[in-house]
Design a protein around this ligand. Structure first.
Ligand SMILES: C[S@@+](CC[C@H](N)C(=O)[O-])C[C@H]1O[C@@H](n2cnc3c(N)ncnc32)[C@H](O)[C@@H]1O
Length: 215
């Protein structure tokens, strides 16, 4: 978090109460330390899909489907569809149950496998992409996703500031060296990529938002 805890809590109260299903998932994720997006990030994803009237939505990193439900609810009202990928069989199975309980099973396709193998097989052009899987693989995802993003498509990436450690000069345990350096390289490459306009927002764990240029 990059601003006082109290401010995050306050901003979260402005979102209002989440419904019982989302609350249950938040509690489950907390209990099992499954790193799901914060409610503010979930709400932000939902808002962006609505604003862009996105139709073809791709998510890398389903986990138990918390962020997918935020995306799926927006897709339901834009008439869109979410394709989400996770390599963890057990988490995918649990996500499918949550999608049913949310009544979103027809709006979401959950693919199981390594995104690095699945992405090259996809033929859809996506107008909204959300990346939230292995932080050390972000550069690889970017290269694989690039041909799949429609002109003017939007790409959102979570954890780009990873606990603030991506900021040069930060002190963090050496075991995170590779991940932090990978994220630094990723955000640097993305920010300088002339095919995208990118901004980084310092809420949640750091969220980048990019739009691909028209041509
Ligand atoms: C941070 S969690 C996703 C949280 C989810 N987006 C949410 O906010 O509710 C990351 C997920 O990415 C998955 N993952 C990691 N590397 C992957 C890969 N190469 N391909 C597919 N899934 C991957 C993990 O199994 C894990 O469930």
């Amino acid at each position: 978090m990059f601003y006082p805890f109290e401010m995050e809590r306050y901003l979260e109260t402005l979102l209002g109460e989440r419904d019982p299903l989302l609350q249950e998932m938040e509690q489950q994720a907390l209990k099992e330390t499954i790193p799901v997006v914060t409610p503010m990030v979930g709400n932000f994803l939902n808002l962006l899909v609505h604003m862009g009237k996105a139709q073809a939505i791709l998510e890398i990193g389903t986990a138990i489907g918390y962020s997918t439900i935020w995306l799926g609810r927006a897709a339901e009202s834009t008439g869109g569809h979410v394709t989400t990928i996770d390599m963890n069989k057990d988490r995918r199975a649990r996500a499918l149950k949550y999608f049913e309980r949310a009544g979103l099973q027809n709006c979401i396709t959950a693919l199981e496998g390594d995104a690095r193998k699945i992405l090259p097989t996809l033929e859809t052009k996506f107008d909204f992409v959300f990346i939230d899987a292995a932080k050390g693989e972000y550069l690889e995802y970017l290269n694989l996703i690039y041909p799949l993003i429609a002109p003017e498509g939007v790409m959102v990436v979570d954890n780009v500031l990873f606990r603030g450690w991506v900021v040069p000069g930060s002190i963090f345990p050496p075991k995170y060296d590779r991940m932090v350096n990978g994220l630094r390289q990723f955000i640097q490459d993305l920010s300088q990529n002339p095919d995208f306009t990118t901004t980084v927002l310092p809420f949640g764990d750091g969220v980048s938002v990019s739009q691909r240029l028209k041509v």
